[in-house]
Design a protein. Structure first.
Lengths: 140, 84
């Protein structure tokens, strides 16, 4: 699939998330860079700590997007960018929740219960789960 | 006498529902109604909580008793996070 088609499908996912009331409830903002989207995850019950999630849609929807926490300033992958207890496996490290590429292709590869399905594991649903997982990890 | 209602949005990963809801009805009843209208199985309602600004609400209380403001966004979310 060509890049423009993949990007259009990514933008549709981002627009659906932006239009959802969940975006207001979780205070998400979306920063798009070609085939990646950066989302700041701010705990709902306190202002800190803030984590930056990079979601990469290359080869979407054939493959699940990749969800990786990155440094808020440099946007580089570092171990310190991850909430405690959320980083699983590796390389590559991943978030152990359905909807992420790392879950379907590495952490639960071949698990018939959780086959990748772009209609089931939407961006907004996966993002909400990761946000809640992050809050749980930091006790917020 | 007309029932007192306020406009509230219930948000889920399956979609949103904005409507005028009665302020005196227990939240657990509203949750079941909203889930049914969003085509979510209301028999699974106990697996979900209603939160406001990340705080789970007492579903035995009404919107009025909880002090939920007009145009508030309430999130219906799973009691437990999906972490396999």
């Amino acid at each position: 699939m060509d890049v423009e088609t993949v990007r259009a499908k990514m933008l549709a996912q981002v627009e659906a998330a932006r239009a959802s009331a969940l975006a207001r409830a979780f205070a998400w903002s979306f920063d798009i860079d070609v085939l990646s989207v950066y989302v700041s995850l701010i705990p709902r019950r306190r202002p800190e700590p803030v984590y930056l999630l990079r979601v990469t849609f290359d080869d979407f929807p054939r493959r699940a997007p990749s969800y990786i926490f990155v440094d808020r300033t440099t946007k580089r992958e570092t171990e310190n960018a991850w909430p405690p207890g959320v980083r699983h496996g590796g390389p590559p490290p991943g978030i152990c929740t359905p909807g992420t590429r790392e879950f379907h292709e590495h952490l639960h590869r071949g698990d018939s219960q959780y086959q990748w399905d772009p209609d089931r594991y939407t961006f907004v649903a996966t993002l909400a789960e990761i946000h809640r997982l992050t809050e749980r990890a930091i006790g917020a | 006498m007309a029932e007192n209602r306020i406009e509230v949005t219930f948000s889920t990963t399956a979609g949103d529902l904005t409507d005028f809801f009665p302020v005196n009805q227990p939240l657990h009843a509203l949750k079941r109604e909203v889930m049914a209208r969003l085509k979510l199985d209301p028999s699974q309602a106990d697996q979900f909580v209603v939160t406001l600004a990340g705080n789970p609400l007492d579903e035995g209380k009404s919107l009025g008793a909880l002090g939920v403001a007009e145009k508030a966004v309430l999130v219906i979310e799973r009691r437990e996070v999906v972490k396999i």
